[in-house]
Ligand binder design. Structure first.
Ligand code: FUB
Length: 325
């Protein structure tokens, strides 16, 4: 009898431990090769929009993932694809999603253009009534189809300032531009000095810009190194306005030889009305060398009292369940 009670107690204990373990997201947060994750909060739901990490000719769609607690994720297949955007042929990269006036806009890079005289491609926009899509082609052509300031038109990020202005920060090939979007996202508003495509490239910038505001300061983050290699990483700067100037401060995300390599191209989420921050990024499992074998992960991001960002500890276990009230 005593033996049976002990076994029951042991099983109950294992059950509790298992349940507690389940309350962590784990890393990666969902299965599959997915990179460049754009994490957003719409209402009480977290959304992640990643690049489908495969050969360029296979990158003709994007999936999205949603969660109400950061632990359990639901896949939304093909929220946008090349059947919805006729000029897209390949290399759909790095979605950036924003909500405005009840509509959801998904900005993406496509076709990996190198010569804007001969190729059609660059940064396009999809629009939907639902964060799960389907996102239809908004313009019928790229929003940015030319190369300005030597920045490849890819890796766009949309930032809304407190005054209601929307900015797009973008650029590959080691150059970063900022533009102010017009009211209906069909074009741009020039800056006060007359410039439309303003170069704000910080030292060592490669691609994957992200901007957010905290305590009145503008944080510009970006990826450095080569995305197919192990030392891909994220660095940042702090400025007093969206156009900077931005002086590189430090690397805050990088490989950990005990956990994963190539940690980079990220986004951040801030739980509304709190100072709780998460970083959502891709990395390569230990031992993987295929450039496209990238997985989407989440960890906590913390600030020091002076506003600088603490180096992120990348983990296997991920983060605890966090619902939004
Ligand atoms: O995923 C395709 C490309 O890889 C992105 O546009 C780059 O930022 C790099 O992450």
């Amino acid at each position: 009898m005593l033996k049976r009670i002990l076994i029951l107690l042991l099983l109950a204990h294992c059950g509790v431990a298992f349940a507690q373990e389940k309350e962590k997201s784990g890393n990666p947060i969902f299965p599959g090769w997915y990179a460049d994750p754009e994490a957003k909060i719409f209402g009480n739901t977290y959304w992640v929009y990643p690049t489908y990490s495969a050969k360029y000719n296979e990158q003709v769609f994007m999936d999205a993932f949603s969660s109400t607690d950061l632990v359990h994720w639901t896949k939304h297949p093909h929220v946008i694809d090349s059947s919805m955007v006729k000029w897209v042929k390949r290399a759909m990269w790095a979605p950036a999603v924003t909500k405005k006036d009840g509509k959801y806009y998904l900005f993406f890079g496509a076709n990996d253009i190198h010569d804007d005289q001969k190729e059609i491609g660059g940064i396009g926009v999809g629009v939907s009534d639902n964060p799960a899509g389907p996102f239809k082609d908004y313009l019928g052509k790229p929003l940015v189809g030319k190369i300005y300031n030597k920045a490849q038109p890819i890796d766009q990020f949309v930032f809304k300032d407190d005054d209601g202005k929307y900015y797009m920060i973008y650029g590959g090939w080691g150059e970063c531009n900022i533009v102010q979007l017009n009211n209906d996202f069909t074009g741009f508003v020039p800056f006060k000095d007359g410039e439309t495509f303003k170069k704000i490239t910080p030292k060592d910038y490669v691609e994957g810009p992200v901007m957010f505001k905290r305590k009145g300061k503008y944080y510009l983050m970006w990826s450095e190194g080569g995305w197919t290699g192990p030392d891909y990483r994220v660095a940042y700067a702090i400025g007093d306005s969206p156009i900077g100037p931005f002086k590189r401060i430090a690397t805050i995300l990088k490989q950990d030889m005990a956990v994963a390599t190539g940690a980079g191209h990220h986004s951040v989420i801030n739980i509304p009305h709190t100072d709780e921050w998460y970083i959502v990024y891709h990395r390569r499992p230990l031992g993987e060398t295929d450039g496209n074998h990238r997985v989407t992960c989440i960890d906590k991001m913390y600030f020091d009292a002076d506003g600088t960002i603490k180096p992120v500890k990348i983990t296997v276990e991920g983060v605890s369940a966090r619902t939004i009230k």
